[in-house]
Write a protein that binds this ligand. Structure first.
Ligand code: ADP
Ligand code: MG
Length: 366
């Protein structure tokens, strides 16, 4: 086994009283794009800054390519970091911005080599026509391309990308995402890509690392995470719409929805030892059927909101056990305020207090 390109162990960081990282562990294998997915404030930027050596950690260890770099200077780490709204140097034109790091004391490349590399990188990012422009005449999308080119031209061991596309409009974002993937394929570079955007994360990454509250919640492919989400936090961050949660009770060997008609046998969850009591049932919206009112054995709900999405509609269903959102084909023409029924086809059990997943299987109705 070769060492992962990046290994973070037990990272802790507080800013004043704010605990940004609380014992964070993460491994990014060589040649992989790993998406670091989490909401605002989760600790994504701090994780990237720590990897680059740009924040002082309270505890923990950072290794790059098997080497402990915890106390090594940022300039000696051979990683490149790209921020959202990256600071380009306004006094320099595009080509000098891209070449900047190569002329630094760390690299000090030959001018001919610099010109070749800047030219090649500019081609890759389709900014060759901008090389002589001043950076303050560029659009947001062009600037972000220059920022990425500037990171790329160094050919570091690893790229740390902190929401590099978040400020761009949808079309530019999709275009640049495709180019980043292409660069990754051609150069086999290792990337840690921080984002709060679920769609962006699964579009670019081989695997996801889900972070919240300064702690790693789960890592895996999207298929692995959907098959067995680690906890309620993961369920809330995955899917579009995300996982539905219901209040439920275990009674007589079955999981019963609060105020609902459905009962799912405990045995179907691979769990027979659980005692009676409150539990949370989580289900992916894809595993819930929403029907017209009156289905026998179905739970009742109300259509609280309908969002038109053109080819489909997203509805919010409210019920005594909890509310959830689901995309429906537009021929199911519910209106706001309609009564409806819903049926859970498969779900997971989570601890009602801690949110940790308890069941080993997706349980089903009898
Ligand atoms: P993310 O990038 O996921 O939004 P950050 O790593 O930026 O998360 O922040 C994690 C937590 O630390 C947040 O609660 C944030 O408010 C706090 N934080 C980050 N940087 C600072 C700072 N320089 N000073 C004080 N608090 C900070
Ligand atoms: Mg951030």
């Amino acid at each position: 086994m070769t060492a992962p390109m990046l290994r973070l162990e037990g990272l802790k960081k507080t800013y004043g009283a704010k605990r940004a990282l609380r014992g964070l562990d993460l491994e990014v294998p060589d040649n992989e794009i790993l998406a670091l997915l989490g909401p605002t404030g989760a600790g994504k930027s701090t994780t990237l800054l720590a990897s680059a050596g740009l924040v002082r950690l309270d505890a923990g260890k950072v290794s790059l390519g098997g080497r402990d770099v915890t106390d090594i200077d940022p300039s000696a780490r051979d990683v490149s970091i790209v921020f959202e709204g990256f600071n380009l140097l306004p006094v320099l034109d595009v080509k000098d911005n891209i070449a900047f790091a190569l002329r630094s004391p760390t690299y000090r490349e030959e001018e001919a080599e610099i010109r070749t590399r800047v030219g090649r990188t500019a081609e890759l990012l389709r900014i060759s026509h901008l090389l002589d422009r001043d950076v303050d005449t560029l659009s947001g999308g062009e600037r972000q391309r220059v920022a990425i080119a500037r990171a790329l031209v160094r050919r570091p061991k690893m790229f740390l990308l902190d929401e590099p596309l978040s400020a761009l409009d949808l079309k530019l974002r999709e275009g640049l995402r495709a180019e980043l993937k292409q660069i990754h394929r051609q150069h086999r570079s290792t990337m840690l890509y921080a984002t709060h955007d679920y769609h962006g994360a699964i579009a670019i990454a081989d695997r996801l690392a889900i972070i919240d509250g300064g702690v790693m919640q789960q890592t895996g492919t999207i298929e692995e995470i959907i098959a067995l989400p680690a906890n309620v936090t993961v369920g809330r961050l995955i899917g579009s719409p995300s996982m539905a949660f219901f209040d439920a009770t275990i009674v007589d060997g079955s999981v019963r929805l609060a105020g609902g008609a459905q009962a799912l046998p405990l045995a179907s969850f691979g769990e027979t030892r659980l005692g009676s009591g409150k539990i949370r049932l989580g289900a992916w919206p894809e595993d819930i059927d929403v029907e017209a009112v009156g289905g026998a054995g179905a739970n009742s709900g109300t259509i609280y909101a309908v969002d038109n999405r053109g080819f489909e509609r997203a509805v919010q269903v409210n019920s005594d056990a909890g509310s959830f959102r689901k995309v429906l084909p537009s021929e199911q023409s519910f209106k706001q305020g309609d009564a409806c029924s819903f049926r859970i086809g498969s779900g997971f059990l989570f601890d009602a207090t801690t949110g940790a997943r308890i069941s080993h299987l997706g349980g089903k109705p009898a």
